[in-house]
Design a protein around this ligand. Structure first.
Ligand SMILES: C[S@@+](CC[C@H](N)C(=O)[O-])C[C@H]1O[C@@H](n2cnc3c(N)ncnc32)[C@H](O)[C@@H]1O
Length: 209
């Protein structure tokens, strides 16, 4: 179900509140808290992604970079991870963290809501807790297919919908909705993992036309 106006209204309200209180950076820092590892199982997730060393990966909606560093490790020094986000504050956090960690294989990319602005096609687009925030998803992912290399895949993790209150502020998405939309956008489901209690985790491949 699409909540249309309420979803947009409450998302906008949340962004205004976060900007006014200056806590957006703190929100990203909370997302990066190491205690998240307990339920998020980042190593398990990256294992399922079966990333080939030297490959190019986009972390779509990278936020503060929680998964970016795990992906950077998996692609190795000859690979590249594009940390893509529409928020300047997220991009700045990634730059800061890159300097602290000395991670030369990460490239932050400031995206537009309808365009990831990837500088080159990638082998894998990975996206965690971002899909539900995106508009016009079928059109977005249909067009993203041109940014995938042959055999390219898209991995989507997102939170299971749960209750009324969180949904008012941050519309969540059912696993089946993701699958339906991705199929409409021209992808095939190639992996569906029950790894994380709070999130569905599906991998899609582009159908060759
Ligand atoms: C809830 S955060 C998740 C961050 C990170 N993936 C994680 O798991 O910690 C969602 C992020 O997606 C970004 N985002 C939303 N829509 C986007 C879009 N169309 N393209 C790129 N990033 C987007 C937001 O700015 C935000 O940083």
């Amino acid at each position: 179900m699409h909540h249309g106006l309420p979803r947009k209204f409450f998302s906008a309200l949340l962004i205004v509140m976060l900007s006014l209180t200056g806590c957006a950076e703190r929100t990203y820092q909370r997302m990066n808290d190491p205690s998240r590892d307990v339920w998020q199982k980042p190593q398990g997730v990256v294992e399922k992604l079966a990333i080939v060393r030297g490959s190019r990966v986009a972390d779509l909606g990278a936020g503060g970079g929680y998964f970016t560093w795990h992906l950077a490790k998996a692609v190795g020094p000859r690979g590249t991870v594009y940390a893509v986000d529409i928020e300047e504050i997220a991009i700045n956090m990634i730059f800061k963290e890159m300097a602290a960690r000395g991670t030369p294989n990460v490239r932050p990319v400031r995206a537009e809501p309808h365009d990831p602005r990837l500088p080159e096609p990638v082998d894998l687009v990975f996206s965690c807790n971002t899909y539900h925030q995106m508009d016009d998803r079928v059109a977005y992912f249909r067009s993203l297919a041109s940014s995938l290399r042959p055999g390219g895949r898209v991995a989507i993790l997102d939170l299971y919908p749960r209750g009324f209150v969180p949904d008012l502020f941050d519309h969540r998405v059912e696993k089946e909705e993701v699958r339906r939309e991705m199929e409409d956008a021209g992808y095939l489901l190639v992996g569906d993992y029950d790894l994380i209690d709070r999130q569905h985790f599906q991998i899609f491949a582009k159908t060759e036309s």
